[in-house]
Design a protein around this ligand. Sequence first.
Ligand SMILES: [Zn+2]
Length: 289
Amino acid sequence: MEFSLNAEYLKRTRDPRVRRTPSECLQICHAAGFRTVSYFPDFASDAWEEEVNAVVQASDVWGMSLDQVHAPYNFYAHQPLAVFHERLRRSIVAAKRMNASYLVFHADEYHPLPGEAYDAEIALRTVYEIFAPHIENALRMGVTPVFENTFEDHHRVSVRERSHFCAELSELIAVMDRFADPRIGCCWDFGHGKLAMETDERHADAIRTMGKRIVCTHIHDNYYKKDLHLPPFMGEANWELLMKAVKEIGYGGNLTFELGYSTMEESLVADFMKNLYRTAGILKEMMDG
Ligand SMILES: [Zn+2]
C-alpha cells in the first residue's frame, strides 16, 4: 500500500499568473514523502501532450510512479460529444504513456431530456454507448479503467428530482456489470460517498457492499453537504469507522488523496504536504488498528 495524491493540485499558486510545472509539483510531493502520485492533465488544452511528457520526465527524475490518471468528465461542462470523445481518447493515451495503474472514469454522462424524468435504464444505455469504445480501447492498450462513485447534486433539476447517475450504489454496480470485464474495478471516492450516503454508518456499509470491486481510492473530506475535497479530519467524515470498513474488505490498494479548490500560501506548502503524508499514515494505522 502506497500513499498518493493528485499532484496537479499543486499547479495553482496564490498568484494566478504563476503555475508550477509538473516537475515542481512532483518535487514537492517527493520531499513530503510521497513516492507515488496521481495526475489529471488538462485534456482540454492543445498542450496536453507536452504536459503528459513533462509528468513522465519528472516521475523519472524523482523516481516516482503514477497510480492514477483521471479521465475527463463532461457532466457539468456540457461540451459537444465529439469534443468529449477526443478528450477521452487523449486520457487513454496519457494513462498509457504515464504507465498509470488506473484510469478513473465518472460514468455519469447522462442528462434527462427537457420535460422527461430521470430514467436509470436510459442512463445506463447512454453511459455504455459513450464509454464502450474507450473502455475497449483502454483495455486493449493495457490501461485499466475504473469507475468512480458520484453523488446527487440535482444538477439542472429541482431538489425533488434525480439528475446524477451512479450516485446510487446499484447504478455504479450496474455500470460495472454492464462492462462485464474482471479487470474493471471501482475507485471509491470518500467525499462523494459521504455526500451520497446519509450517515457514516451507511457510507461504511456501502464500502462493504462494494468490497473487492474497490481497487483504488479518492480520499477527501467535506462538510455542509458540499464536495469540498478537503484533507481528512478537516470535515465531518468519521474516518475511524470508514477505515475499519476498508480493512474489513481486505483493501490492499493505495490511499490516494484528491484535493481540490484550495491554494496554500507558498511558505506553508512543504509543511502542509508533510502533514498530508502523515495523515495517510494515520489512516493506515486506523485500518491496521
Ligand atoms: Zn474523485
